[in-house]
Design a protein around this ligand. Structure first.
Ligand SMILES: [Zn+2]
Length: 140
């Protein structure tokens, strides 16, 4: 890949995430509406999985903003707003963590590029991603 097409790819990814962030703030106003954007790095293949989570979370915990979403070592990571979280009771905190653990676990079975559930695995070297066999072959 030459430098220009690399630059274009980065630009397109930045625009995708900016648009998605705006949409999340609008669609899930209590979960994302009040949060400053700290880290929002959501691979396209996981968007539907996270939307399902956000819909549910918005209903169950309407006063707990999510501060960060990212991909780390091929896994989805979601963090609630720290300040709000520390003020919660232990029971609520445990439930928040259970909701988050549930979606993080679900994402392990989803290809972060195309969103399929079929043949998803993580590589052990290099930049770790959760990918299906065909996306993995395309990338190599
Ligand atoms: Zn795929």
């Amino acid at each position: 890949m030459n430098y220009d097409s690399y630059k274009q790819k980065i630009q397109a990814e930045t625009e995708r995430l900016n648009a998605l962030w705006k949409q999340f703030k609008k669609d899930y106003p209590t979960t994302f509406g009040k949060t400053e954007r700290i880290s929002f790095d959501l691979p396209q293949g996981w968007v539907e999985t996270v939307k399902t989570f956000a819909q549910k979370f918005e209903e169950i915990h309407p006063h707990i903003p999510i501060a960060q979403i990212k991909q780390k070592f091929g896994t989805l990571r979601i963090y609630p707003d720290r300040e709000v979280f520390t003020r919660l009771t232990e029971t609520v905190r445990a439930d928040v963590m259970a909701c988050i653990a549930d979606v993080e676990e679900k994402a392990l079975e989803v290809c972060e590029v195309c969103g399929t559930n079929n043949n998803v695995s993580r590589n052990s070297e290099g930049f770790v991603q959760s990918l299906c066999t065909s996306c993995r072959n395309e990338g190599s």
